[in-house]
Structure formats: structure tokens, C-alpha cells
Design a protein around this ligand. Sequence first.
Ligand code: FAD
Length: 478
Amino acid sequence: MTIPADLLADLRAAVGDAHVWTDPARIAPHAVEDRGRWQGHTLAVIRPGSTDEVAAVVRLCHAARVPMVPQGGNTGLVGGGVPDGGVVIAMGRMNRIRAVDPLNATLTVEAGCTLAAIQTAADEAGQLFPLSLASQGTCQIGGNLSTNAGGTAVLRYGTTRDLVLGIEAVLPSGEVLNTLGALRKDNTGYALRDLMIGAEGTLGIITAAVLRLFPRPAATVTAMAACAGPEQALAIFDILRARCGDTLTAFEYIERFGIKMVLDHLPGARDPLADPHPAYVLIELTSPDPEAGLDARMERALAQAMEDGLVPDAVIATSQTQAQALWSLRESMSDMQKHAGASIKHDVAVPVSRVAEFITRGVAACRAHMPDVRPCPFGHFGDGNIHFNLTRPAAMSDADFLAQYGAFNRIVHDLVAAMGGSISAEHGIGLAKRDELPRYKDPVALALCRTIKAAIDPDNLMNPGKVLAMTSPATRPL
Ligand code: FAD
């Protein structure tokens, strides 16, 4: 199948010959998810360089009834950016910082800026953009906004949605929605900005955003504390939160099985404490005040946790290198897991008060289904988001384990739902959880989502088939 010659000529006229790719080798990386879980196909990759060019491309595709898939860094983990025909609109050329306003503490950026470039721009302005993901060198702010990305500092700063004041987006019709105001207060009707955030490219293409900046930390203290399991971790969290207030920036949970995988496979990784322990929490305090006394606060909080019998041993990093070594144990977890064979992963959230109960019940339920399964729950404990990963039994083949994918999903997601949680905490729905959504989303909310999608994109041309399964009779089958 090829793209119609007239459309191709018009697209080339809109963005320039060099920015319309049809060569199969060149477009192949845009049709597959990074880990190879989803293989899609596309006829062309279009690389617009401005909002006007995005709008022109969308108008042309809309008129020709050709599906469009917006794509950022293609680091998404749920198949949301994988095309099933049509064209990919790749945003990487829209990578300008449009404005810096230190006094308003805002940065106006184009959607194709990488997250790392935005962090650098904020730093150069003497401020902090706190979103931080292991994929930050590649992922783009348009993708971060479209997935409402989380990361390790949500506890202190919130998700991407909380870091945005305004949005510019091209709607499926080709009209440009401009809510690029840099206002902290604006009660003039529906929050259209928030509709675009987390929509995974199904309602339009984000082209720019006004981002909030924060005071840059002048003091940081990182510690790792051992504990017996999730119940103790929750009690430690309660102490840290009460004693450290909003200087508590990260509180991550890791079990020994996860640490062991990193120690076995990450070159240079070292056991954080003298003896092994069932579980660990990684704690970070930050403050813009260099005199905030964070070391003393951390010491007092950990001393209390030790007195309460919650923490048998702990280490407070004495250098940035040591702090980075502790963080690398946590950040390498997903990657190192592949050395232990196939995994079934769940990115879920429950109320923080129930996160320990969720881990305990989840592990028991999965072991009841498969006694030798190796659970590896870890993640953003302090905001209620656990990456509830399961690694195959040591003696089982990957294929036999992955055949249980549906069964484990049902066990874990049913438990999450019963505990008032969410089946997607930070990665989104995409293709991965699209067919799970009707089982778990409130039916009225789901119907409203469909109504909104049909109103904004009546021909179902914008990232069709993602998030919601909608029929699209008008779509040209490309
Ligand atoms: P893409 O993968 O290109 O796209 C993701 C979705 O957004 C797709 O549906 C796409 O159609 C849509 N989209 C992209 N750009 C636009 C746009 N301009 N307008 C409209 N729609 C658009 N995620 C977390 O939340 N927290 C983490 O801690 C985290 N860690 C990660 C670590 C690694 C090593 C990796 C590989 C991924 C991680 N992720 C994490 C997942 C991923 O990086 C995030 O979801 C990120 O926000 C995706 O950005 P992207 O630019 O790569 O988007």
C-alpha cells in the first residue's frame, strides 16, 4: 500500500521534501515500540517544523481521511505511539524554547523539546523543572504531556499535569487551540488544557506548552534504609512525611529480589548495606535553602524509625557519587529485570494508605496462582504508584510464563480495582490496557470519554484505536 500521490505532493509542499519520509528503512523505527512489544506499520513519517506546518499537515490528512499518529521520543511503554497504518507526525523538529520568564517562573516550550533540554533551559534560568524520567534524554515534553508522565518526584511536585499552565494544540480538524496563557488563575470555563493532557494523542497534537518552574534545590540528602517489607515501609514513610514535610521529594520502595538482580548484572553496582535485607526504601530530601539542615532532619527521622524497630540499618549518602550509586540501584531495576527472564508488568496505583496492603495481597494472590512466580514490586511508594512486576519462575520458559499474561492481569487489576486503585498510574492506556479499560473505568466516565472523542474527532482520525476502541467507518484504510 502506498500513500496517494496527490496527498504526498501536498504534504511535501507543506513541510518541505526533506521532512516527508517514505523510505521503508527510515520510517521503520517509527512503527515499532522500543522494546519490540508492538510492531505497527506506517506509510510516511511527516516532520513539521512549526505549529502552522502541523496545522497544514493535519488539514491535509483530515481532508484525505488519513489516520494520524502523533509521536514524540517514542519511549512510551503502552503502544500509544505505534501506528496501524496512516501517517506518523513526528514532533522532533519543533524543539525551540519560545520564552523564559524567571519572575513568573515559567518556560514556554515547543512540544518536540526533549525533557533533558527543558531541564537544562530551566537550570540556565536558575530554576528547576522537576519532571525527571530515566528516558529524559529521548522523550519529548509533548509525549510527557500526552501521557501525563509521573517519575520519582511526584510526591513533591505532582504529575506533568501539575507542572503546566497552558497548552497549544492542533485539533483533528486542523484548527489551533491556543490556551498558552501563563496564568496561575483562570476560571473562564472548561479546562481544555487538561483535556489534552493525558489524552495520548487521541484528541489532537500538542505543539507547545507553558511550564511551571520551581526554586532550584540548594541542598539534597539521599538515604537508603532497610526494612522487613511494605508494612514497615509505610510506617517509615509516615515518619518521614511528618518530620520532613515538603522537603520529602522521593520515597521509593525496592525488594531484595530487585536489588539482587541489579547487583548481579549492573557493572559496578554494590550492596548498599553490609547485610542483605528483605526490602529497602530510597529517600530523598531537598530544599532551596542551603541552611535547611536536611542531614539532621534525615538523621532524626531515621533514628526514630530505628527506635520504633522499623529500620535495622540505613546509609545516608555522604557524596553525590554515593547518592547516584543508590539511585542507580533503583533506576536500573526495570532494565536488569530482563536478565532474569520474561516479566509481566503492572503500572498501578492505590491510595497511599493501602499501598502496603496492596503489595502483600498482590504477592499472595499471584503466588496462589503460580507458587514459584518471582514478584518484583518496586516504585513510587510515596505517591501510591507501584510497578507490580512479576518475573517468571527460574525453571519455567518465557513462553509458558507469558501464556499466563491475561490470568495475572486479571488477578492484579481486579485487586487494584477492589482497593479503589487505578490500572494505569503513569504510563497510560495506549494499546496495552485499552481492552481492560471498560472492565475497570466507571461506565459513565467511559461513555463521557467516548462522547468527547466523537465530538472533537468525529472521523476518528487522530491516533485511532488507542485508549478507546472506537469504530471508524470513514477512515481511509491505509
Ligand atoms: P511517545 O512514546 O512518542 O508517545 C507517547 C504517547 O503520546 C503516544 O500516544 C503518542 O501518540 C502521544 N504523543 C506524543 N507526542 C505527542 C504530541 N506532541 N501531541 C499529542 N500526542 C503526542 N513514564 C513515566 O510516567 N514515568 C517514568 O518514570 C518513566 N520512566 C521510563 C523509563 C524508561 C527507560 C523508558 C523507556 C520509559 C519510561 N517512561 C516513564 C515512559 C515514557 O518515557 C513516558 O511515557 C514519556 O512521557 C513518553 O514520551 P515520548 O516523547 O517518548 O512519547
